[in-house]
Design a protein around this ligand. Sequence first.
Ligand code: KG4
Ligand code: ZN
Length: 340
Amino acid sequence: MKILGIETSCDETAAAVYDNEEGLQSNILYSQIAAHEKFGGVVPELASRLHIAHITSIVEQALQAAQTSLADITAIAVTTGPGLPGSLLVGLCFAKGLAYTQSCHLIGINHIEGHIFSTHIEHEIPFPYLCLVASGGHTSLFLVHGYGAYQLLCETSDDAAGEAFDKVAKLIGLTYPGGPRIEQLAQEGEFRDYRLYPRLKNKTLSFSFSGLKTAVLYDLIKTGAYDLSTKTILTNDHQLRVEVASSLLVAIGDIFLDRITLACTEHQVQAITFVGGVACNKYLRNLLSSFAVSQGYYFATPSPSLCTDNAAMIAFVGNYKAKQGLFADLSLDICAQKSR
Ligand code: KG4
Ligand code: ZN
C-alpha cells in the first residue's frame, strides 16, 4: 500500500510518498519563504497562487523520486486544515481531481495530527506520551495514546511560540521567518538571560506568548531603540539584538519546560516528543531532551526537515488512517479554523 501525501496549508507546497512496508519513499517541497520574505510574513493570496503554480510539478517529483506512478497509489492523503483557506483549497481540489480520475481513495488529514505523528516516521515511540507541538500557528501539548488517538491538554490562548519568534525578529529588524535568525543571534549570546523578560507561569496547564512579545517591545522603547509611532528600530546595536534574541529564547525554553514538568506530574507517560517548526531549534531540543532523560522518559524529535511543514507527515498519517479504513468521499471540505 502506497500513500501520496499532499500539504498546502500555509506557505509550503509539498508532496510525499509513504509505503506501508518500506516507509518514507519521497518527500518533496517547494518553500515560498523567499516570495513572502519582503512582506515580513505570509501573504495569503500570494500563497494560494504559488501553490497553484507549483503543485503539479511537486506531485510529479514526489512520484518520480519514489520511483512509482499514480497507478500504484492506494490513497491520496491531503491536509484539510487548519490553515489558510485559499491554500488548503488548492491542495484539496488537486487531491480530489487525482482521486476521481485514478479511482483511488481520498483521506482528509488534520495538519496538527500530521505534526504530532511526524516523529514516528523515524522513531519508535512508546505510548502514551506527551507531545509538544510548537510552530508558527500553534503551540499545544497533547497526550498521545495511540495512532490517531490523542487528547489536547492545553494550547496557547494568544500567539504561538513561533509567532513570538517571528514578531520579535520583526521588531529588531530581522526578516521572516524569525526563528532561525533568533537562534543564530542567541547562540552568539551563549543563551544567557540578559534582559530577564517576565514569564507567565500558571498553576494550570496553559500557554501564552503575546505578553513576552510586548515585554520585548517595551524594553526596546525604554532603551530608546524602537519608535512605536513609525514602528521602526532606531539602532544598529548588534549586541542589543544578541541580548534580546538570547533572552527571548531562554524565556520560551523556560515556559516549555515549566509546562512539560507540570503535565508530567498530572499524566503518566513513557516518552516526550517535540514537533513543529520551532522544534528545529537546537537549544530547545537539547533543553527538552536533557529534562526528559534526567526524568527517565524516552525523548524524540524529528529531523529538522520533518519539523517544519512537509507532506511526509501527511502521508504517514494517511497510511494508518487507510489501515483503519477512514476514507473520505468527494464531498470532503476544508476546515480552516483550529479545532478546539
Ligand atoms: O511548522 P512550521 O513550518 O509552520 C507552521 O505550521 O506554522 O513552523 C514555522 C515556524 C516559524 O514561526 C519559524 O520562525 C519557526 O517555526 N522556526 C523556528 C526555527 N526554525 C523555524 N523557531 C525557532 N528556532 C528555529 N530554529
Ligand atoms: Zn505546521
